[in-house]
Design a protein around this ligand. Structure first.
Ligand SMILES: [Zn+2]
Length: 88
């Protein structure tokens, strides 16, 4: 009788940080359009403080990150400045 050799000492790297998938969401999904009116989508790319997340975190390509930045800035402007200022 031989003892079953247990060779389960293979190193199992413990992932300390959640690794976000690094790919451009917009290149991946052609249905996804960057639109300043689509604030729900834009919100995903803002930090809790309302800052635009850097590309290294979002994984966006340069082109789409740029579009996104423009859209977010536009959305901000619209939120800040109402179209019609009603006078009392
Ligand atoms: Zn892209």
């Amino acid at each position: 009788m031989t003892m079953p050799t247990r060779n389960s000492s293979a190193p199992r790297p413990h992932r300390k940080f959640f690794h976000k998938k690094k790919f451009c969401k917009f290149c991946n999904d052609s249905n996804l359009k960057i639109d300043y009116k689509n604030y729900i989508l834009l919100r995903d790319f803002l930090t809790e403080r309302g800052k635009i997340m850097p590309r290294r975190i979002t994984g966006n390509c340069a082109g789409h990150q740029r579009e996104l930045t423009v859209a977010i800035k536009r959305a901000r402007v619209i939120a800040l400045l109402p179209f019609v200022v009603s006078e009392g």
